[in-house]
Design a protein around this ligand. Structure first.
Ligand SMILES: Cc1ncc(COP(=O)(O)O)c(C=O)c1O
Length: 401
């Protein structure tokens, strides 16, 4: 089977644009929280394809919904009605409190639409505010608008100049945000829990300062829930746990459970400033993607998954903290629900192959952070087994130091 992997790598290295440094593993099958590679080795998945496979792999209901839709009709474009967009928009409105949805295909597109709709809002009002306030350590995606509000120079520098109207503010410093937001600010954009930045939840005091600054100046608030949304933290959306009332919300990743779909949720006040032709997407919210997303929301809300995340999340936290306390290199454990980061005292890169060696999938973000985003269906027993394997991996990395 190593032949298979060698062949896959050789072909990719000739023909695939090399933008990702991949791990040398080929997964060929999944079931629940488990994946199998081409050699038949089993892995426990603590990453979910970077927070996407919320229902795990080969979930029976999702498989049925996708299969049924594929056998019926995949795509007709946004030039025609189909039965599922309205249903999905209604369900997202009930979950978020924002009345309307625009559908796209990814997180960065959802953010891009937030930025455009914010500009459109001020344009319609006849007060063309251009400025966005974003946070340090933020990550909002790779397209030009989303990249412009992403702080890390590593992502930005090769593509500059980006949007010139963005200011960055340090995270969790209430006075800094209050000083930065003015009557020139079109919108403040924030991840309620910063994901790529190292799993950093906003503090309630900082959230309150954002709310105050926005309400004083009229600036819109954009919550980027692409990673933290849809049950990941044990809440439908973490902005609500922080007491925030955003005007726009970006959703992606878990929404389709692996079928690409994103959504921008907007308040009625913002929706009223947007008109036919202002934005669009050929694929956005097609039949297949909407069927998948409806199935994910069925499981999340009707299927009791939200409550399960809150319960298993508490167990996960206890186990993770007890494991972390055994390893001197772990500096901090951050997160909630099933979104966790272990900050270690060094580059976390070697933890990833060490974990794979032990049969568990994790990733490294923000250099020193080992990030865990397991499927939301994970049970206590699977969490224990996966964290035991992570424990062994941390031990191996520590021993090699
Ligand atoms: C908070 C946040 N916003 C936006 C994005 C971009 O999403 P996508 O990669 O689907 O474009 C990500 C991806 O990691 C994210 O974590």
């Amino acid at each position: 089977m190593t032949m298979v992997l060698d062949d896959v790598i050789a072909r990719e290295s000739r023909h695939v644009l090399q933008t990702y440094r991949r791990n040398a593993v080929t997964f060929v099958r999944g079931q629940g929280v488990r994946l199998w590679d081409a050699d038949g080795r089993e892995y426990l998945d603590l990453l979910s394809g970077i927070g996407v496979a919320a229902l795990g792999h080969a979930h029976p209901a999702l498989t049925r919904a996708i299969t049924d839709q594929a056998q019926t009709l995949l795509h007709t474009s946004n030039l025609f009605y189909h039965p599922y967009q309205g249903q999905l928009a209604e369900r997202l409105a009930n979950l978020s409190g924002l009345q309307r949805a625009f559908f796209c295909n990814s997180g960065t597109e959802a953010v891009e639409a937030c930025l455009k709709f914010a500009r459109r809002y001020w344009h319609t009002k006849g007060e063309p505010r251009a400025e966005f306030i974003a946070l340090e350590e933020s990550f909002h995606g790779r397209t030009f608008g989303s990249l412009s509000v992403t702080s890390d120079a590593h992502y930005r520098a090769p593509f500059e100049p980006l949007l010139p109207t963005v200011k960055f503010v340090p995270v969790n410093e209430p006075n800094a945000i209050k000083a930065a937001v003015t009557r020139s600010t079109a919108a403040v954009i924030a991840e309620p829990v910063q994901g790529e930045g190292g799993v950093r939840p906003l503090t309630p005091a900082f959230a309150a300062a954002i709310a105050e600054a926005c309400s004083k100046t009229g600036a819109l608030l954009i919550a980027d829930e692409v990673q933290s949304g849809l049950g990941r933290t044990g809440y439908p959306f973490y902005f609500a746990a922080l007491g925030l009332k955003p005007h726009l919300v970006a959703v992606g990743k878990a929404l389709g459970g692996g079928v690409p779909i994103g959504a921008t949720l907007v308040s009625q006040e913002v929706a009223d400033t947007i008109t036919f032709g202002d934005h669009g997407s050929t694929y956005g919210g097609n039949l297949l993607a909407c069927r998948a997303a409806l199935c994910v929301l069925d499981e999340l809300v009707g299927g009791g998954l939200l409550a399960q995340v809150a319960r298993v999340g508490r167990h996960f936290e206890q186990r993770l903290k007890s494991i972390a306390s055994k390893h001197a290199m772990v500096r901090q454990v951050r997160g909630m629900g099933l979104m966790w980061g272990l900050e270690i005292d060094r580059d976390a890169t070697p933890v990833v192959p060490a974990a794979l060696q032990q049969g568990v999938i994790v990733n490294r973000t923000a250099e020193r952070v080992v990030r865990l985003l397991p499927p939301l269906i994970i049970t206590e027993a699977d969490a224990d087994e996966a964290l035991d394997r992570l424990d062994a991996a941390l031990g191996a990395v520590g021993a090699g130091a």
